[in-house]
Design a protein around this ligand. Sequence first.
Ligand SMILES: [Zn+2]
Length: 453
Amino acid sequence: MHKDGSKKWSQNWHATFPGTILSHLLPSKMRITCDIDITNRLLPSHNMKKPVRPMRAQVSIGKKPGNGPMKNGTLYMMVCTAKDKNGTKYLIKDNVEQIFAKYVNEGRATIRFREPDQDICISKADSLQLKNFLSVLRLAMQGKTPENTTLSMLAPASAKNVERPKSKLIILSRKEYPITTDFPSSLEYLQISQCKMKRIDSRIFKLHKLKIFDLSNNIIEDIPGDFGKLPELQELRMNINELKSIPGSFFLKENLQNKLCLLDLSNNHIRVLPLQICELRNLVNLKVDSNEIEHIPPTIGRLKKLKFFSAAKNKIRVLPAGFLRLQLENVDLFDNPFESTNNVVQSSQVIGLPSLMECCARSIRKQRVAYSRDVLLPHLCQYLDSARQCWCGNFCFQCSLRYVTRVILSQISVTVTAINLTGDKSVPVEGFLCSPQCLANFQSNPHAYWRRR
Ligand SMILES: [Zn+2]
């Protein structure tokens, strides 16, 4: 009935003001979706009420159907929940005792009614919408409606508006994969496993609330460049896939640098861990077991928050000295072909004078002068990239001395998994020395280095 009414109303309007745009004058739907908790102040148990889970609700202000759209009908507030989709109506004028809006910026407010004796506590509302809602409610308390707005009829809520937004979705077979429907935009946890998925669906990169993304057990070959579009991503599991490499640019996405805590790339075919992985400054847990990795980036020590590192079953022969800067809770390097030699620098070895080119390059790296292939010849860039860091902090190139020393993993980690079945917990660590002075210091006490950092 009210539908016919509004149609007639808009026809009338057109007849009166031909050519005017009607949209902002059409009856507006004053409603919000939020969580609500209703307390009855008359119940003796009111003060002893056990905490209950708030219900998802749609709260709206409008007229009871049947008053006729042009008539300045009485305004009601209506609360619809999943259990009560048709809604409960509360008279507004002379019936709202108080509005508690101290926390309106957090999307919370309480509306106290006289009849019935109830407090309606609103939470998890959009704060802007809630402010707007309360200002309309205040006008309605005085029997007014906002200027230039006609409030629509109260209508029962659709199921969508009173259902709690879906935050978790687990898909474990192709059959369950949404093809014709969208992924709910409220998802925070998404697992798609055992689906033989080859590429990551681009629709997923629109899920702005996604925190945990589990793509384990598929056949994904590439990491797309879209991960920068997931601003909340904290955990990414891509174990048991077909990844052969990870682009360095993946680790340069600002959101991942700031938020990513867990990265699981185990059981793939990755050969190189890009240097840029050391830019993930919030990474706590890194798993790269069962790949084909030969080298750990020398700058790995920059991962200051890293607590759990596992790289079992790879092809690592020696660890970089920077690895010893880590302070871990657990480390697992089981079953790697580690060098067995303990080749500490021999006293007969000497370090000569660096070439002029090496002097320049050492200085460029020390002063952190920016360089790129736009300003330098490619072979010079490559040369600069190949810098090794001496334990004194200086950079060096060919004019340096490599040493390998064995370090017990318990020096950097609270718990340690043995590196082989014989229970060995020591690993070869490779470092470089830049000058005769550093060599002399190292020879006098090869283990001073680990304590200094
Ligand atoms: Zn040095």
